[in-house]
Design a binder for this molecule. Sequence first.
Ligand code: MG
Length: 376
Amino acid sequence: MKNVIILGSTGSIGTQTLEVIEKLENYKVLGLSCGKNIELIKKQIEKFSPKFICLQNLQDAKNLSVIYPNIKFLWGEEGLLELIDNKYDVLVVATSGIVSVKAVIKAIENKKTIALANKETLVMAGDIVMKKAKKYKTPILPIDSEHSAILQCLNKVDNPYAKRLWITASGGPFLNNTREEMKKFSAKDALNHPRWSMGKKITVDCATLVNKGLEVIEAHHLYNFNYDNIKIAIHPESLVHSFVEFEDGSFLAQIGTPSMHIPIQYALTYPTRKKGIKTNSFCPWNKQMNFFEPDFKKFPLLKLTIDCGIQGGLMPAILNAANEIAVYKFLEGKINFLDIEKIVFKEIENAKNSINPTIEEIFEKDKEIRLKLSKL
Ligand code: MG
């Protein structure tokens, strides 16, 4: 029996992880954490009978502990760290933000397998996290379609004959629009993703292609590849989820219907596949698969994001924080679509980098940028 803890169980990845666990044999939910979606967590408690629940607020924890006296309720950031101190097999990190970074570091030290859906962890603190993971021999398995595809193709994380990683990108909703047209697009246009259904923030990141840049940074850390050997292929059909080019000239690709259930299930059952959830298969007759070079001029934030990854230090954290604040301003209708890049470029131009920052310095910088930009 494998015991699983899910951080962020009421979000998009969290709920899909529970759908996967329901179909897998011998997997049990030990603990869940969520923010404020109390109605949904109640349903999850009744269906999966976890032993531990961590909530954002003390009052919610108190209220629920009256209804469910056999469950241990925790709350806040400290509760989260207490939750992951338990005995279990896999920690699914499906929350966003830097709270998850702290949780991941603690789980690494506890030598727990981590199934990671949170982007900030590797983008902000990839060097520190991966160094720690290596030291404690803790597996970090990606819950992201591209990185999971690469893991499935590599077979072993340190495959010495892998030459290049090719990360595919749908190109987002504005792939065929001009920059002049992009200016006029609203949050509603940007949220209309052609292939994947995801959270709002990440969907806007797909429209600016920042998401792809962040995935390049993640791939660099996860698989220890130089940035020169990580390429992006625009693939509008989203059937090939990424591929690996080997020294002998062959390519291995992972192909399937766009569904997060596959990367989630693979992270839970790694290194094997197990009978579990089934996604819609398809017949390959007449399926078109196109691949193009990305247009860095039309999507300047893509190049900027990768450049920040190459520079390393505090730059990815600065970019991540500035982008997040800008995206929320766009979602609130306060700025137009192309203002997102203006805000991020300005922040990066003025940024002072520091090489080998500590985790505290990274968090401090993140806080500073968010505070500054949210006042604008
Ligand atoms: Mg992805």
